[in-house]
Design a protein around this ligand. Structure first.
Ligand code: ADP
Ligand code: MG
Ligand code: ZN
Length: 603
């Protein structure tokens, strides 16, 4: 039904078979293939790499969307060494993390490619050396790629002058913005220093830009393009589906860490994985608990000294440590192909974060599993963290919004996880394509039924039309006939009308109305509690349902046991399924310092 329909999916470029690729000839085509083989020592291009390389060598602006591990770096590293395209000189790469750029430069140097980094920790003599090289008539003889932090672009006037000279001498081949989602305030990892990159288009109107990201939300993409002034760029995107990953959401309770230990011991003997948790303290606690079970686990968070961080990561890459227990500070720059499991010991702050974090599993394409432990107390903690955070009201509202979507995802025990994740990114996939590689599809296999929910959808809309705006809880509780503080006068016919529907299903109806544009969100900060409250109003697509032009159907299932999700681990742990346990409220840690933001060591 239309109310459920998403915005049209992102245009996905189809893979072009290699045969037709070789028939698209450019003056630089031969050299490109040669460099791939001889310098990068790779045998073939991955999806979209060659297309992006041709476009940038032709002097066009290019936007590359590829899942983590897809091979974005090659899209600018390879053209950087080609001097027979329409552009000449140095490729400047803006990258958010010093460690990340250093890894890349080492990698390139091992291939005999001249590359350097320039950031806050670069020694003065190295800085001088680089800046002198940039001002020679043929800087490309000294350097093919220069990696800089956005901070340098923003702060260093002498570096800015160097760039102007480079551009004036026609020796600035292209400007590359890696991890481009950091530009967007809508993204999950906004970095204020990236804002300065918005001037690139004005300052260097004729230099080709390239932006790369693994973020796929439409808002963020539009935002990045407009911020960088690259509305007319060539966009290369592909499906974000990760077919080799299995997704499952489990209930979190007191024995969760023990369950995790059992799971690792039984299923992942000698196999590497990551456990994500919310706070620094809990990384340490969980790691030591896992150690008690004899698991080689170690913690990682933003306040671990840099050397120790590097050592931990290296030990893990090499297999000396089996499990890293980390906050989201552990992420960017991980390049381990054989991560077999990613466990979220607590709910991620957004679905985007969840996608990125789980995306670190199975980069080698082999089956890998992602488990998420969900509890109301973590939701409580995160809501408080947002409330007490120091962002602006608007930022808090956005964070609240992202969190609510992650909560809806966790609570959903019906729809395919894969479909829901991709739906969030504006991509549509049919549940059949999941092939029962998520908990919900596995359960759905047993009993599934298409049901007409039109009258409930209409009731939600009518209620909101009468009241102007409502939260999803206010609305759903009223329709379910649960204790509702809302005035019933004039609305008697709606109170309790959905008694026979489960609360979960009513929330799903609500969620679908919102994503289908029948409802729109409006976030408000509560005056006394300072909590961000997500209100809903009628959206542009409400009319079709209210007028009866459209109906609203949804798949439901009759899963008798809300514990079904637990069964997998319990089976593994070899013990009976426990009865429902009350969720204990955990008070948020005293200091917000205990919670990391992505990337940790912002440069
Ligand atoms: P991303 O930036 O998209 O997360 P990277 O550029 O770091 O991904 O690439 C991930 C891994 O894939 C790297 O180890 C890289 O060497 C490898 N890779 C990239 N392109 C190819 C290719 N065409 N053939 C083989 N390996 C590749
Ligand atoms: Mg990358
Ligand atoms: Zn599924």
């Amino acid at each position: 039904c239309d109310a459920q329909r998403q915005q049209p999916p992102l245009k996905i470029t189809q893979p072009i078979p290699n045969k037709s690729l070789s028939s698209i000839q450019h003056p630089w085509s031969k050299e490109v293939e040669q460099v791939l083989r001889d310098q990068f020592r790779m045998t073939q291009f991955r999806h979209n790499q060659l297309e992006a390389i041709h476009a940038t060598l032709a002097g066009k602006d290019v936007f590359v969307l590829m899942p983590t591990g897809g091979g974005k770096s090659l899209c600018y590293q390879l053209p950087a060494v080609i001097q027979s395209g329409k552009t000449r000189g140095i490729t400047l790469v803006i990258s958010p993390l010093i460690s990340l750029m250093q890894d890349q430069v080492e990698h390139l140097r091992a291939f005999g490619i001249r590359a350097a980094t320039f950031h806050s920790e670069t020694k003065p003599e190295d800085r001088k050396h680089i800046m002198a090289a940039l001002q020679t008539p043929h800087p490309e003889r000294h350097l093919s790629l220069l990696y800089v932090t956005p901070e340098i672009i923003r702060k260093s006037e002498s570096f800015q002058r160097c760039l102007e000279t480079l551009s004036h001498n026609k020796r600035l081949a292209r400007l590359v913005v890696d991890e481009a989602h950091c530009v967007s305030q809508w993204g999950h990892d906004f970095r204020p220093d990236y804002k300065a990159l918005g001037n690139f288009r004005k300052e260097f109107p004729h230099i080709p830009l390239m932006a790369l990201t693994a973020t796929a939300t439409r808002n963020v993409i539009t935002n990045i393009k407009s911020h960088l002034g690259m509305e007319d760029c060539e966009t290369f995107s592909q499906s974000f589906n990760r077919p080799n990953l299995y997704y499952e959401v489990l209930k979190k309770d007191k024995s969760t860490v023990r369950d995790i230990a059992n799971l690792i011991m039984r299923k992942y003997q000698g196999k590497a994985g990551i456990v994500y948790t919310l706070s620094r303290k809990s990384t340490e606690k969980i790691a030591s608990k896992l150690q008690e079970f004899g698991i080689a686990a170690y913690y990682y968070h933003a306040s671990v000294p840099a050397e120790e961080k590097a050592a931990t990561q290296e030990d893990w890459q090499e297999g000396n440590i089996q499990v890293i227990v980390a906050t989201i500070a552990f992420g960017m720059g991980i390049d381990k192909p054989d991560v077999r499991f990613v466990i979220h010991e607590s709910i991620p702050k957004s679905l985007e974060g969840y996608y990125q974090e789980t995306g670190r599993a199975g980069r080698d394409g082999r089956p890998s599993e992602c488990y998420l432990y969900f509890s109301g107390s973590d939701v409580f903690t995160l809501r408080n963290l947002i409330r007490d955070g120091d962002g602006s009201e608007q930022q808090k509202a956005r964070q609240g919004n992202l969190l609510e979507k992650a909560i809806a995802f966790c609570r959903n025990q019906t729809d395919c996880r894969r479909v829901e994740i991709l739906r969030y990114f504006g991509e549509s996939l049919s549940a059949a394509e999941c092939g029962a590689t998520c908990d919900n599809c596995r359960a759905n296999d047993k009993c599934e039924m298409q049901q007409d929910f039109t009258k409930y959808a209409v009731a939600i809309l009518m209620l909101i039309r009468h009241r102007g705006r409502l939260t999803s809880n206010q609305c759903v509780n009223f329709l379910l006939g649960r204790k509702a503080s809302m005035e019933r006068k004039g609305l008697e016919q709606y109170y309790g009308m959905a008694k026979r529907i489960t609360k979960d299903d009513m929330h799903r109806v609500f969620d679908r109305l919102a994503t289908g544009g029948a409802l729109t969100e409006n976030n408000v900060t509560h005056r006394t509690s300072q909590m961000v409250i997500q209100y809903f109003q009628l959206g542009p697509n409400a009319h079709a349902l209210l007028s009866g032009e459209q109906s609203f159907a949804m798949v439901t299932k009759t899963r008798s046991d809300s514990q079904a999700a637990l069964s997998a681990t319990e089976e593994l742990a070899g013990k009976p399924i426990p009865t429902y346990r009350r969720v204990r409220f955990v008070l948020p840690a005293k200091s917000r310092e205990d919670y990391d933001s992505e990337g940790g060591e912002t440069s």
